[in-house]
Write a protein that binds this ligand. Sequence first.
Ligand code: HEC
Ligand code: HEC
Ligand code: HEC
Ligand code: HEC
Ligand code: HEC
Length: 492
Amino acid sequence: MNRTLPKNLSRRGLSTPALLGLVVVVALAAAGATAMLTNIFERKQEAKVTTTRLVEVTQDTTDPAKWGVNWPKQYDSYLLTAQSTRTRFGGHGGSEALPEQKIERDPWLKKMFLGYAFSIDYRDRRGHAFMLKDQEDTERLSKPQSGSCLHCHATVMPLYRELGGGDAIKGMEASAKFSYKDLNKKLHDMGHGHSVSCADCHDAKTMQLIVTRPGFIQGIQRLAASDAETPFAPSIERWRATGKAKPYDPNADATRTEMRSYVCAQCHVEYYCSTKLPLTFPWGKGLKVEQQEAYWNETKFPDGERFYDYKHAETGAPILKAQHPEFELWSQGVHARSGVSCADCHMPYQRDGATKVSDHWVRSPLLNISRACQTCHKQSEDEIKKRVDLIQQRNFDLMQRGGVAIVALIDALKAAKAAGATPEQLNAAQELQRKAQWRLDFIAAENSMGFHAPQEAAKVLGEALDYARQGEMAVMRLGAAAQVAAAPAKKP
Ligand code: HEC
Ligand code: HEC
Ligand code: HEC
Ligand code: HEC
Ligand code: HEC
């Protein structure tokens, strides 16, 4: 698709005589009071973002085009998320066709997901412009899905406020009980059928960054209330030191740097999203893979059963499905520790005359190395690309080994089951499948191919391999024990 973008420049440009007049005024004033002028100029720069408006927008204005009248630069780059992008591991195939199926490219993924809708349709992601459409079109909807899905794929806040009688958190909790189809229809009927838009990340009055998503706000409060270390979020450590009188409030307590990642962490995170519980971010023990696992292991469904996402169709193991934990993996890396936010790499500044404009074409930073990386790293573009590629290649290779190992475990369990092993006998290996698969999926579902925290990713994959092979050995020991006991021979 070759889209021509609207030319918005004329809307905000000053005529030449007006500009000349301004120059004269500025020159005169400069002769008088430079210091004061600097001050006024700075204030004007701030005012530019906050008050010069051609149309009024509110938190209920979900149509980005309306905001685009006031902030055409950001809007123009936002529209570019409909463009096709591709890198070796990132981006997607094209904007005309649906992205490639991950489960066909990596058959071990499909095998892991047997018994769950992800084994039907699971593709590469693409730009933000497509998020609502791709959700509406996925064949995963051939299984009943919950209204919670909309949390991260649409401008859902006005709908939440309505469902919750003004209280968005209540609204989100209520949305879990709706079917996806019904809630999606309601969203469109209310006129809010848009992909992520300005009001999701910005306060309409001040244009400052805000987080709006109840799932994130509850999740980060859980994290703050825990005693997990959070070097990537110093404001949480400060909040803990002040005695925790009120719950941690990211919109009041977080720094601007933190907000530049929090806005993304509203969606690019692991979650539970089905009908048995409201949407949940499992952060009550920390963000590491084993901390989230421990949180899920302690979570119970209303009927008292231990938490799981699905039972594996071939082995019966109660599986935890991981989803795009970008925020969590990033939080374990050296960039997070150094205060480098998602927006630094994925929405770098562009210079526009005297002002800086954040690039709202959210995409792979590898398509934009000069602004995304070279502001901090002085190596050549080629060298930076090679370093990233090395990290990603190592991660890819280790992950493929993990894929082989998990298939071996699943096949061993399946054979033992067919040979008549009892549920008690299979239990240990099923638990190991749960642990191994959670870790392998965590890195496979994460979208940076290990880049966001290379050593952490390697650690997680190493554990996945170990648990998968331990599981396989547990099954083999069953067979050996059976032979020793000379039980009547059953089909292997
Ligand atoms: C230091 C720079 C940096 C930071 C900080 C960073 N990323 Fe990334 N991100 C990358 C790189 C490099 C890739 C790999 C891109 C590729 O393979 O094309 C990537 C990949 C991604 C992808 C997949 C991109 C695609 O085109 O498929 C997503 C989604 C993503 N990051 C989200 C995030 C989020 C959310 C955060 C913050 C929690 C974050 N990133 C922080 C550099 C960064
Ligand atoms: C917590 C936020 C969140 C929730 C809830 C959520 N998604 Fe997503 N979804 C994302 C993010 C982020 C991506 C892009 C990264 C990726 O593809 O891994 C994505 C990608 C997708 C894609 C495109 C890639 C693919 O998987 O084929 C589809 C389709 C999709 N989601 C459907 C759903 C459905 C159906 C639900 C409800 C069961 C749902 N999503 C719930 C955040 C969410
Ligand atoms: C409201 C939820 C939401 C928020 C907020 C959000 N994303 Fe996304 N993001 C998604 C979904 C969903 C997709 C996948 C869309 C699809 O495949 O149709 C996606 C896709 C992406 C991609 C892949 C783009 C491509 O061209 O392949 C990147 C990179 C990305 N997001 C980074 C970010 C960053 C960085 C932030 C914060 C500045 C952010 N996202 C905020 C939901 C969100
Ligand atoms: C996924 C979150 C997200 C969405 C959606 C989003 N922005 Fe932003 N926006 C940001 C971030 C991050 C910054 C950088 C803010 C900072 O550093 O203080 C920013 C900055 C801005 C600024 C301040 C100047 C600048 O460019 O740094 C304006 C104005 C702005 N955005 C307008 C918009 C408009 C208009 C839309 C809708 C078309 C929009 N934004 C959608 C995240 C978002
Ligand atoms: C705002 C500054 C900043 C930006 C932007 C930035 N980095 Fe970094 N990067 C750092 C810092 C700080 C470190 C830690 C090492 C150090 O102190 O020198 C680091 C470390 C690294 C490392 C080695 C550590 C590791 O995780 O393997 C790589 C590779 C790297 N960066 C690549 C990138 C790439 C690629 C981009 C752009 C997508 C990028 N960086 C953007 C500041 C930045």
